[in-house]
Design a protein. Structure first.
Length: 446
């Protein structure tokens, strides 16, 4: 079997853990690891994939699950077969190479596992029951409440009835249900336990983009995610965390605290606007002002806070700040320094390479300005600054005699504009609801 991405930082660590568990004949488990990496890489789901559920996530969850399971085996809370099942289910838990959305779809995963011959061969070689593996994966459905729980729970029971190990054995079924819960919590702790905070924040931004969340709710939803995990599933969360090394456990809790601090900062900023006369002001900066190191560094810093899929012109960002054809307006605080906390930036459509599935009939006609995703410092989203930036940018584009403005935005925001402005969809980029739209500037301002 051909190896892919042999230098992935977690591959060797996972292999070392496999050996340390005392599992004999680890060759088939190493083949599973190679096969997973190969499929993710060849399907465009490697480390450069825009979404959260890429090969990094798959291996992070596998590593954390195996790390915790190894300790539980030493304490005799799990046996050797439990470790094998947890490892295999973790490795394949988001195994949906032909995914239509970034968000995990457990039914697609189960279907792929059921039909993939190479995968079935590897599972048979390991002498594992594929029905139990599928049941564990189904338990990773999130959230595990209400209507979201009913269907996967029913499918788990069907898996148990088809398995010779668990059929008509409530005690065994209960045991594997608990293992599935163990895997589910390890899945959600995963990358947040082995990443620094900046990497964890990037994961949160990617996840928000995949769920079509507005930038203003990234921190709020992240805090809610961690609080739900720590409070509503405290029993299993404590169990998994206590099975991890001290530094790994500490790293996870520091990440949680950092997100909570960011949420406190957001509330503090909102309070200043509400009660302390803090205000925004927009500014159209001259080409001379744009040439200063302070200006370029300020915009570059804010630019890097965008989720990676929204970072356009990544390698020429500073260059286009100085391009006279680039339109820039900044959002500033009304303080002594006129601190820049956001900006709108764009230019001729022809300066941009859009997504492959996006075709614009006006490309080459030089009648369209492209507005890049609005960028703002964390904490200032949701206070109306983005709307002000868009309006000033549109007015500037109008004065430069552009007929059309195009940009990307979340689908629901575009739909809201369609009722009152001359807005039309150009390309609806399923699955992530991040769509390409056009505005007729002669008919109205964004």
């Amino acid at each position: 079997m051909q190896n892919f991405n042999n230098d992935h930082p977690l591959k060797n660590k996972i292999q070392d853990l496999l050996i340390s568990t005392g599992i004999k004949k680890t060759a088939c488990y190493n083949k599973m690891l190679d096969y997973t990496i190969k499929i993710f890489e060849t399907q465009g789901l490697g480390q450069d994939y825009y979404g959260y559920h890429n090969i990094d996530h798959e291996l992070e969850v596998t590593y954390i699950t195996l790390l915790a399971a190894t300790w539980e085996k030493k304490l005799q809370k799990l046996n050797q077969d439990d470790v094998k099942y947890l490892y295999t289910a973790a490795l394949f838990h988001d195994f949906d190479p032909q995914k239509s959305v970034d968000r995990p779809h457990e039914e697609s995963v189960i279907q792929f596992i059921s039909l993939d011959r190479e995968l079935k061969k590897l599972i048979d070689e390991a002498k594992l029951d594929v029905e139990i593996i599928m049941a564990l994966i189904l338990r990773t459905s999130y959230p595990w409440t209400g209507e979201f729980r009913k269907k996967p729970e029913m499918q788990m029971k069907e898996c148990f009835e088809r398995s010779e190990i668990t059929k008509n054995n409530p005690e065994k079924q209960s045991h594997y249900e608990e293992l599935g819960w163990f895997l589910s919590v390890a899945d959600r702790i995963g990358g947040y336990a082995i990443s620094d905070f900046s990497t964890s924040m990037e994961k949160a931004k990617k996840n928000a983009h995949a769920f079509a969340w507005h930038q203003s709710v990234i921190v709020r939803m992240s805090v809610n995610y961690f609080e739900t995990l720590l409070n509503n599933e405290s029993q299993m969360c404590r169990r998994v965390l206590h099975a991890l090394p001290t530094e790994t456990r500490k790293n996870f809790m520091n990440t949680v605290l950092a997100f909570m601090k960011l949420r406190q900062d957001e509330i503090r900023i909102e309070s200043k606007f509400e009660y302390e006369n803090q205000k925004f002001q927009t500014k159209i900066d001259s080409i001379e002002e744009r040439g200063s190191d302070e200006f370029i560094n300020s915009l570059t810093s804010i630019y890097h806070e965008l989720p990676q899929p929204l970072q356009l012109q990544k390698f020429d960002f500073a260059k286009y700040i100085l391009d006279p054809d680039t339109i820039i307006t900044t959002l500033r605080l009304n303080d002594d320094k006129e601190t820049i906390i956001g900006y709108a930036k764009g230019g001729p459509l022809e300066n941009y390479h859009l997504y492959a599935e996006t075709e614009d009939e006006n490309y080459g006609k030089k009648n369209t300005v492209f507005l890049e995703p609005i960028a703002m410092k964390l904490g200032y989203w949701g206070l109306g600054g983005g709307t002000r930036l868009r309006k000033v940018f549109s007015l500037l584009a109008n004065t430069k005699r552009y007929r059309y403005l195009t940009s990307f935005a979340l689908r629901d925001l575009i739909q809201k504009k369609m009722g009152s402005e001359n807005v039309e969809f150009v390309a609806m980029l399923d699955p992530e609801h991040w769509d390409y739209y056009r505005v007729d500037l002669f008919g109205g301002i964004v």
